[in-house]
Design a protein around this ligand. Structure first.
Ligand code: MRU
Length: 347
């Protein structure tokens, strides 16, 4: 199953609609880059690596949408598309990383405009394929950290759905399971979009991995009572000092893990590292519509009073001192992250 694909016959981008899973499995088709940006914004597709792949395909689509007959005008149209796609969501750096990679390839290309269009599509497909390969590689490193019998807290959804396929933190769990390790996953439900309760639980069902969904505040209790051996989560953007922006609630999860001496790993492809950003407090944090919080119903009725207001931060930043290690496709990187990351990048 791939979260996103390019349909060669129809020249469309196809995505699993993640807003309605697990009740319905539907594929949506897009034939313009503005639609792709909207799919990212409305979370038809979500998860940092999947957003990156969507942006790459969106750039390829922009090439085909443009009627330009000269490289110069095609590049101008691509720059417009890049600006538009970059606005879709602010926190996951994979988006601007993929857009930048596509633009750089376009600028360096020598050939006709039609050849450039084909070149961009091939690169978008390569970015998607690379993502799957990278995830399997980092999952193999990460699985070494997992022991038979581990009970693991997992936050948000970092599985196949959050990537092109396979997944990052959930990919580590999946790899360890395939190696025959007996694992139990505590799935943070992940308010307000419930990526854990909906998407991670759905994926774990497919893989046959035992799990329990827990409310977001439960993990501290489980850790304190000795019921958890590891904590794993993904990353949307990592600053050069090793601070990690990830789904809201990750900071509190990492704090509880630290207080209880439980290893907490952030699992990420190196494309999630923003080397230009020295510290985590500089990472832009998306604030979404409060209606996502206020829409909660209980017994068919809205929970909050009619005139209630809400703040809806989609991400938080976990300081590097709370993170035991990063699992990347270059291997597991331990603190001090700023130093060891440079060494790993050279390897
Ligand atoms: O708002 P989302 O669902 O896009 O947030 C996703 C996360 O925070 C994931 O943990 C992160 O993107 C890593 S996914 C491999």
């Amino acid at each position: 199953m791939r979260t996103i694909t390019w349909n060669d016959e129809k020249q469309t981008i196809e995505m699993i609609d993640q807003r309605i899973l697990p009740r319905e499995f539907e594929i949506l088709s897009y034939d313009d880059y503005a639609g792709v940006a909207d799919a990212i914004r409305s979370m038809v597709i979500r998860g940092a690596p999947a957003i990156g792949a969507a942006a790459a395909y969106g750039m390829a689509m922009a090439g085909y949408q443009s009627g330009a007959t000269t490289s110069e005008t095609l590049l101008t149209d691509l720059q417009d598309a890049a600006d538009f796609l970059n606005q879709a969501r602010p926190t996951a750096v994979n988006l601007s990383w993929a857009v930048r990679r596509m633009l750089a390839a376009a600028e360096a290309f020598e050939g006709t405009t039609d050849e450039l269009r084909g070149h961009l599509l091939r690169l978008a497909k390569d970015i998607a394929d690379e993502d799957v390969e990278i995830n399997k590689r980092l999952a193999t490193y990460g699985a070494e950290l997992i022991e038979d019998g581990d009970h693991i807290v997992h936050h948000c959804n970092t599985g196949a759905l959050a990537t092109v396929d396979w997944g990052t933190a959930l990919g580590v769990i999946r790899m360890a399971h395939e190696q025959g390790k007996r694992i139990h996953v505590f799935v943070d439900e992940t308010r307000p979009r419930l990526q854990g309760a909906r998407l991670t639980a759905w994926e774990l069902d497919q893989y046959g991995i035992p799990y329990d969904i827990i409310t977001d505040g439960s993990s501290g209790y489980l850790m304190r009572t000795g019921q958890v051996q590891k904590v794993v989560f993904g990353a949307d953007r990592v600053a050069a000092n090793g601070d990690v922006a990830n789904k809201i609630g990750t900071y509190m999860l990492a704090l509880a893990a630290y207080d209880n001496g439980i290893p907490a790993y952030s699992v990420l492809p190196v494309s999630t590292i923003d080397f230009d950003l020295p510290r985590g407090d500089l990472i832009p944090i998306e604030e979404r519509d409060g209606d996502e919080v206020l829409g909660l119903t209980l017994m068919g009725e809205l929970v909050a009073p009619e005139n209630a207001t809400a703040r809806n931060f989609a991400f938080d930043v976990t300081p590097n001192r709370l993170i035991s290690g990063w699992v990347t496709e270059k291997g597991v990187i331990y603190p001090p992250f700023d130093v060891n990351m440079q060494a790993a990048m050279k390897g």
